[in-house]
Design a protein around this ligand. Structure first.
Ligand code: ADP
Ligand code: MG
Length: 245
């Protein structure tokens, strides 16, 4: 089957990330290559400590590889200076952290609008985009509440609205459903899926097969290596026999 290929948004090539030195050395990633195309959502699964968060941090330019390269659309991250990387993160990458990192002194709408204001958008337009994004996660009514006036699940949805606000090309989500009840988790997955279908690429770390089922394919990490992957044309099918134990 050869459908016309969508452009590649994320290219990870032979990524190695070593933390620490000598006896303390940990090879968090040990040669990982992966591409994600526009319209594609890839799930990353694997045991605790297998390198999932390290992979996402490298893909989002929050951490630098010991070896190998990260390319987001045309830009190789190591080829950008710190300012260029920060601008690329802000404009093109939506990163949903495990903790919410909302700014307590700002309302939900102000938290979501902030990255767009930093991009130079006028306050009114940034607010309009923020309200749209909050509506996508079902929080339009709570736009003017402060984080401490929201439940944990609502705060996580605000963080997701912020990660998805504006024309992001790459969505990186590290267990975005972790703190959510299952109905809210499904709602979040529906939003992530819709944004990917509308023209982004997504990388989603999750422990839960029912959330991974929203992805087009799944890669399995173990000890910093991709040990298996599902077939994009047949997500139920593992490509190799080396299923993680
Ligand atoms: P996961 O998200 O799959 O649980 P991580 O990417 O967080 O895995 O971690 C992979 C490995 O790298 C683990 O052994 C972890 O202890 C180690 N590690 C991650 N970050 C650091 C760090 N900043 N310093 C030292 N070791 C780290
Ligand atoms: Mg992790």
């Amino acid at each position: 089957m050869t459908a016309p290929a969508e452009p590649i948004v994320l290219t990870l090539t032979d990524l190695v990330r070593v933390h620490g030195h000598g006896a303390q050395e940990v090879r968090a990633l040990d040669g990982v290559s992966l591409t994600v195309r526009m319209g594609e959502l890839v799930a990353v699964m694997g045991p605790s400590g297998s390198g999932k968060s390290t992979l996402l941090n490298l893909a989002g330019g929050l951490d630098s590889p010991t070896a190998g390269s990260v390319r987001v659309t045309r830009d190789v991250l190591s080829g950008l200076d710190a300012k260029g990387r920060a601008a690329l993160r802000r404009r093109r990458i939506g990163y949903v952290f495990q903790d919410f990192n909302l700014i307590p002194a700002l309302t939900a709408a102000e938290n979501v609008a902030l990255p767009r204001e930093l991009d130079g958008l006028r306050v009114r337009r940034a607010r309009r985009e923020a309200l749209d994004s909050l509506a996508d996660v079902g929080l339009a009514e709570l736009a003017d509440r402060f984080p401490d006036e929201l439940s944990g699940g609502q705060q996580q949805r605000v963080a997701i609205a912020r990660a998805l606000v504006g024309p992001r090309r790459l969505i990186l989500a590290d267990e975005p459903t972790g703190a959510l009840d299952s109905a809210t988790g499904e709602a979040v997955m529906r939003v992530v899926r819709a944004r990917v279908d509308a023209g982004a690429a997504g990388l989603l770390v999750t422990h839960e097969p029912r959330f991974a089922a929203w992805a087009d394919r799944t890669v399995f990490l173990r000890d910093g290596v991709i040990v298996d992957a599902t077939d994009a044309d047949d997500p139920g099918q593992l490509l190799t026999g080396s299923r993680p134990r």
